[in-house]
Design a protein around this ligand. Structure first.
Ligand code: PEP
Length: 261
């Protein structure tokens, strides 16, 4: 059975002073059973958030990592630097693909670095609006997943057993627009079909696929009602304890309903 996972991506928000208290508030507001909860603050606030979350069961994630293990990359953060601070790391977020020109191959290399450091990877993928409107949503996302994961495989150690994939239609991120639950589920099936071609049906069936894109406490139910969707990657609402509380409650109901009798 795949876990139900809710992940807050705080993006470039919070400071070292306010991140810890906010994380503690969210931990309290989301204290439900059988849901994996992850908070991804900016790098500078990881230590404060880790301290604040001690004993709560909420895990800490980073929002990015460099594709190289170390070297002359001014201002960058390596997987080894994250060791001990985080158990998860987002890679391939569409804002980084857009702003830093990240490629699928770099996303794959980042996953390799995370595996080496013992950090679980959460890989984002998603189509642009024009790709969806021209009927290329599925093929675009499948190509992203294939290229990134082939890069991981070419490093020689197969795909990690803790890989999570977040499907985030780019046009839905921070816009207030969401995909439909049915469209997200169709994409999750397509993603797993691609993963199955690379690593087999059993591996693909065990990979959690999250939906991301303007998820709120009101909209989350539509996504987690889909058996193919295992949770959410949450931006704006991930900074709001009341929103996270509603999302966690719905996630807990789904986890209970999915548990074998
Ligand atoms: C995200 O940052 O991954 C995201 C989905 O943002 P939002 O929920 O604000 O659309």
């Amino acid at each position: 059975m795949r876990p139900v996972i809710i992940t807050a991506n705080w993006k470039m928000n919070t400071t070292p002073a306010d991140a810890g208290p906010l994380a503690a508030d969210i931990a309290k507001a989301t204290d439900v059973a059988n849901v994996t909860r992850i908070i991804c603050p900016p790098f500078t606030n990881l230590a404060a958030v880790k301290d604040a979350l001690g004993g709560t069961g909420v895990l800490v994630g980073a929002q990015n990592v460099h594709a190289e293990p170390k070297g002359a990359y001014t201002g960058e953060i390596s997987a080894d630097m994250l060791k001990g601070l985080v158990s998860w790391c987002i890679v391939g977020h569409s804002e980084r693909r857009r702003d830093q020109g990240e490629t699928d191959q770099q996303v794959g290399a980042k996953i390799v670095r995370l595996v080496e450091a013992g950090i679980s990877p959460m890989m984002c993928c998603g189509e642009l609006l024009e790709e969806r409107e021209s009927g290329r949503a599925l093929s675009t996302v499948q190509a992203q997943v294939k290229a990134a994961l082939e890069t991981v495989q070419s490093a020689g150690n197969g795909l990690p057993s803790d890989l999570v994939i977040a499907y985030e239609p780019v046009w839905a991120i921070g816009t207030g627009k969401t995909a439909t639950g049915a469209d997200a589920a169709e994409m999750a099936d397509a993603i797993r079909a691609t993963v199955a071609e690379l690593a087999g049906a059993d591996y693909a069936a065990a990979v959690p696929v999250l939906y991301g894109g303007s998820v709120t406490a009101d909209s989350f139910g539509e996504f987690i009602a889909e058996p193919a969707i295992d949770g959410a990657l949450i931006g704006g609402a991930g900074l709001k304890p009341d929103q996270m509380s509603g999302i966690a409650a719905t996630a807990a109901e789904a986890a209970a309903a999915r548990a074998p009798a």
